[in-house]
Design a protein around this ligand. Structure first.
Ligand code: KYN
Length: 393
């Protein structure tokens, strides 16, 4: 397991060329910008895509990567890649969309590329609505993060020596925050919508909480804490917590929000999954059920919502929003998870007034398909996120 004994070095200036991913070290073997073609008209370039970007610059681990898509512009089409000024320029005010994949913190078959159908749909639909989508959406990022052990996976069991498959809470959220810090620092990301599927939705809400929650007792030197956040990453480079801007809007799809609650009393029809839940929750969070409760956004107790502060210029005082989407056909995650999350937020809202309330929208999808179909199809997921970006939800 990782230790925080290793001396941490400040970010290496020679490795700060992240403004141009073409010159950023890439763990997945030198991916390059590729054009994204409109599926409704295979001749039109609607974006440019880059995968396998390390966000842990100094000590890259196989899963500490992200991929990005940018809406095409006349300049990016002419050059075959995004124009740096246009895309990452200091004046860029459009939000990013950041996606966190699911897979119960452990499934090696679900990764950042699972957002491809949705990203394509989003770019395509923004192009139908606008001649200059880059003004509405600066970029899309889909994040990988280290996974927890999955020794009994049928085809890709985890190897205990693989440091991308031995993570335990809070490694997952620490990686997500490191990735967000990377986007802020190297890609000029100022504001963003944070979306997640399944355990990615858990992580999206954890990103709204105070990162100090992920510290462990000081006397537990092998334990986790803020120092772990920067293992070769960004932050202040000396072991401080990565302070990242919080998202103004969070969108959860088929999310897990109260794992202890599920395991304690699975809703009717979901009892058969109890042991599977117990298994992946133990792998991700350890065996202390208290940690399961405090790490999950619907069971963390009052009142973490006040930790969800908007600090970006122009966002102060703006209303925060949680959009919770649940397929009623999901055989793995019951709608009760989403209802419990909504109830938690509404209860928090009773304690505050006006703009301090979190706007809560719950979408119950009658024909949402099974648990993973929402990202496998991508059309509805993309449609919902476009509506969020356009301020329609
Ligand atoms: N059983 C679950 C219950 C809820 C949410 C996800 C799962 C999963 O099984 C995810 C993943 N396909 C896995 O193999 O761990």
């Amino acid at each position: 397991s990782e230790t925080n004994q290793k001396p941490l070095v400040p970010p290496n200036p020679s490795k700060m060329e992240g403004y141009d991913p073409d010159t950023t070290p890439s763990s997945s073997g030198g991916s390059r910008w590729t054009p994204v073609l409109d599926p409704t008209n295979n001749n039109t370039i609607i974006g440019h895509h880059y995968s396998g970007l390390n966000y842990n610059v100094d000590e890259p681990c196989a899963l500490q990567t992200l991929e990005i898509w940018h809406p095409a512009t006349p300049a990016s089409i002419a050059h075959g890649k995004p124009s740096l000024n246009e895309t990452y320029g200091a004046g860029r005010e459009a939000p990013w969309l950041v996606y966190i994949h699911g897979g119960a913190w452990r499934d090696p078959a679900i990764d950042s590329s699972s957002f491809t159908p949705s990203a394509t749909k989003i770019l395509s639909s923004l192009f139908q609505r606008s001649s200059s989508p880059i003004k509405k959406l600066a970029g899309i990022a889909s994040i990988n993060y280290r996974l927890s052990p999955y020794p009994n996976h049928p085809t890709s069991p985890s190897d205990p020596t693989d440091d991308s498959r031995t993570a335990q809470h809070p490694d997952h959220i620490a990686d997500v925050l490191t990735a967000i810090a990377h986007l802020e620092k190297y890609y000029g990301m100022k504001s963003y919508v944070l979306a997640g599927h399944s355990c990615g939705a858990t992580l999206a809400l954890q990103a709204c909480m105070d990162p100090a929650r992920w510290e462990k007792d000081d006397d537990n030197k092998q334990g986790w804490g803020p120092k772990m956040f920067v293992k070769g990453g960004l932050g202040d480079g000396y072991g401080g917590v990565q302070e990242v801007a919080k998202p103004r809007t969070v969108v959860g799809f088929n999310g897990l929000y109260d794992l202890a609650g599920f395991i304690e009393s699975p809703p009717q029809g979901y009892e058969r999954w109890r042991e599977a839940y117990r298994e992946f929750v133990t792998s991700a969070f350890g065996s202390d059920e208290k940690v399961w409760r405090t790490a999950c956004p619907a069971s963390a107790g009052p009142s973490w919502v006040k930790e969800w502060k908007l600090t970006q210029r122009g966002e102060e005082g703006k209303k925060r929003k949680a959009v919770l989407v649940q397929s009623l056909e999901d055989s793995l995650v019951p709608v009760e998870q989403t209802e419990g999350m909504a109830r938690y937020l509404e209860k928090e809202n009773e304690q505050v007034n006006g703009d301090n309330k979190v706007e809560v929208a719950v979408l119950r999808e009658e024909k949402g398909g099974d648990h993973d179909e929402v990202w496998q199809r991508g059309d509805r997921l993309g449609e919902i996120l476009v509506s969020v970006l356009e301020g329609e939800i």
